[in-house]
Ligand binder design. Structure first.
Ligand SMILES: Nc1nc2c(ncn2[C@@H]2O[C@H](COP(=O)(O)OP(=O)(O)OP(=O)(O)O)[C@@H](O)[C@H]2O)c(=O)[nH]1
Ligand SMILES: [Zn+2]
Length: 222
């Protein structure tokens, strides 16, 4: 991605949005919704509607390009966010057992078809003297999920940044998701679930620690 062009487009979009009288609803939405080139997406969506034989000027579709542009700004806002920012505040704690936060719901977009995939992420880490606020693990998932990607990469990106930022002895990330590109089109297999995992540190090298974390993650479900 060309960051400079990106920045110029982001700035232009912000300015266009303001000139059009679309004052951001709050500080968060200003960051999340206007850092993409909304007019450019609108033009592209109008082209798609024309290409499929629709009339983009009929009443029901008139606002659709603008809606879709705002939707992409929301779905891809993670492209401009640094998930590491949630992991800067850590607490010194003697606790040296596994910490698990499971069933963190997420929605992402598959980079092959630009269709949603969604499900749950389970995160575990073995502290190395420091713990992090539990909500921050879910915030990391939230940031990383809002990008076009494949599930494998999403799983690994989360694991890598956690092991680096937390100085943890081990990190395990398991992601379970359904891919709408497999359910509503193509092979059409509703109910198929894709499971990916990324293990780092002790969870990768020590079989009993690995077994323990998997039991904690799947406890009550297997
Ligand atoms: N590994 C991986 N594959 C994915 C993910 N999301 C979607 N896919 C797959 O990406 C593949 C793209 O295959 P292609 O043959 O290039 O595209 P296609 O002709 O639309 O494929 P079909 O879905 O089989 O119709 C498909 O098999 C999808 O199921 C993901 O997160 N990880
Ligand atoms: Zn897909």
């Amino acid at each position: 991605m060309n960051r400079e062009v990106d920045h110029i487009e982001a700035t232009r979009s912000c300015r266009d949005a303001k000139q059009a009288g679309q004052e951001p609803r709050d500080k968060l939405s200003a960051t999340q919704e206007y850092q993409v080139d909304l007019p450019r997406i609108e033009r592209a969506v109008r082209e798609i509607l024309l290409a499929v034989g629709e009339d983009p000027d009929r009443e029901g579709l008139r606002e659709t390009p603008a809606r879709v542009a705002r939707m992409y700004a929301e779905l891809f806002r993670g492209l401009r966010l640094d998930p590491r920012r949630h992991l800067k505040k850590v607490f010194t704690e003697k606790y040296d057992e596994i910490v698990v936060v499971k069933d963190i719901s997420f929605e992402s977009v598959c980079e092959h078809h630009l269709m949603p995939f969604m499900g749950k992420a389970h995160i575990a880490y073995l502290p190395g003297g420091k713990v992090v606020g539990l909500s921050k693990l879910a915030r990391v998932v939230e940031d990383v999920s809002r990008r076009p990607q494949v599930q494998e990469r999403m799983t690994e990106v989360i694991a890598d940044l956690l092991i680096e930022e937390l100085d943890a002895k081990g990190v395990a990330v398991v992601v379970e998701a359904i891919h709408t590109c497999m359910t509503v089109r193509g092979i059409r297999k509703p109910g198929a679930i894709c499971v990916t995992s990324a293990l780092r540190g002790a969870f990768r090298t020590n079989p009993s620690t690995r077994a323990e974390v998997m039991t904690l993650i799947y406890n009550g479900r297997q």
